[in-house]
Design a protein around this ligand. Structure first.
Ligand code: FPP
Length: 252
């Protein structure tokens, strides 16, 4: 009750009301609700994905303005191949369309594009668009825009285990001496800090095989808002809530 009254009178978050000393370094987002957004408007599901692409732009720019260092967006999971081919084909065209429109502005804003996921199975046009963007932005030092594409956390962890076993079998490492850092370095996210904040839109309260190792101590923030409607204001609200959390990492 008290919480509801407090939140009613809380000032709307803006860049000015946020504490510049406590900006999350890495924000990860499960962009959910495209299909339901489209259905609620009598549109085909793919119209929701297309509108979701515009939210990607809004949130990327908002993250950049806030000084967030890493933004990871779950764009396609290793399980999403189960969807109808027409929907998969549409989703695979979005990186290409997005980058055709936005790459120059991303470059002008010093954004570095990366991809976290499996290249196998991706159509060549998708891969080529991403590889061009990755190459052209490799020297940029601003926001890292990391697309989780054909990504799945269980596969990522299993592949890492396999790789470690292989290295042990070849005598390059001692199983008894393995550290968390050894494991982390071999994950697809190797080299990036763990997400400080995970956002999931559309009211679903699941992790859905997304960065399960890396999210161990992330702050979780869920909203009912469907991804295509997710605005800069929603994003600031999430960061503002993050700033009110006390992160204890199991301590006191
Ligand atoms: C989940 O919503 C969303 C996806 C599987 C795709 C997300 C992709 C985008 C937002 C566009 C990505 C853009 C670029 C540039 C890569 P859903 O379809 O499962 O929604 P539903 O649960 O309402 O059906």
């Amino acid at each position: 009750m008290l919480d509801r009254i407090r939140s009613r009178f809380r000032r709307k978050p803006s860049v000015k009301t946020l504490s510049p000393d406590n900006i999350p370094q890495h924000v990860a987002i499960i962009m959910d609700g495209n299909g339901r957004w489209a259905k609620s408007r009598g549109l085909p599901r793919v119209a929701g994905h297309h509108s979701g692409m515009k939210a990607v732009k809004r949130v990327t720019m908002a993250a950049d303005r806030l000084g967030i260092k890493y933004l990871t967006l779950y764009a396609f999971s290793t399980e999403n191949w189960k969807r109808p081919k027409s929907e998969v084909d549409f989703l695979m065209k979005l990186p290409q369309e997005f980058l055709a429109i936005e790459l120059e502005e991303l470059i002008a804003n010093n954004v570095q594009v990366r991809m976290m996921g499996y290249k196998e199975g991706l159509p060549s046009h998708t891969l080529q668009a991403l590889e061009t963007a990755i190459e052209r932005t490799a020297g940029n030092t601003g926001l890292v825009l990391n697309f989780a594409l054909n990504y799945g956390s269980r596969k990522e962890m299993m592949d890492t285990v396999r790789q470690l076993c292989q290295e042990a079998a070849e005598g390059h490492l001692q199983p008894g001496g393995l550290t968390e850092a050894d494991f982390e370095a071999r994950l697809l996210s190797g080299g990036m800090p763990d997400p400080d904040l995970l956002i999931r839109t559309s009211g679903e309260l699941r992790i859905s095989n997304f960065m399960m190792w890396q999210l161990a101590y992330s702050e979780l923030w869920f909203t009912e808002v469907y991804w295509p409607e997710f605005s800069e204001e929603h994003f600031l609200e999430a960061v503002s809530e993050y700033q009110r959390r006390a992160r204890r990492y199991g301590g006191l």
